[in-house]
Design a binder for this molecule. Structure first.
Ligand SMILES: [Zn+2]
Length: 94
């Protein structure tokens, strides 16, 4: 499955999981002396957020789970060759 929404471009470099991750997020809560309650359920994260692969527990910043363009091109070329097709021009062939 290719992620096209929240996890677009995210993949575990250790095990290849691209389905489920734990990510440290920032949100806003109403806080009183008695406790805290998340206000809207809205949350944010970025490439520097803590992330963990839910499959193999690989950890790091979210950017650690973003393959480089070169790695993506290499994977794309590998898939093309596995299908018996020519990799797109300019893609790494080795
Ligand atoms: Zn993993």
């Amino acid at each position: 499955m290719t992620n096209e929404n929240c996890l677009e471009g995210i993949k575990c470099p250790a095990c290849g999981n691209e389905d489920v991750f734990r990510i440290g997020v920032t949100t806003t809560a109403i806080v009183t002396d008695d406790g805290a309650e998340v206000e809207h359920g809205e949350m944010e994260w970025d490439k520097d957020s803590h992330a963990e692969c839910a499959n193999c527990l690989e950890r790091g910043k979210l950017s650690h789970f973003t393959p480089t363009r070169r790695a993506r091109r290499r994977a794309c070329a590998f898939i093309a060759r596995a299908r018996g097709e020519q990799p797109p021009v300019g893609y790494v062939s080795a």
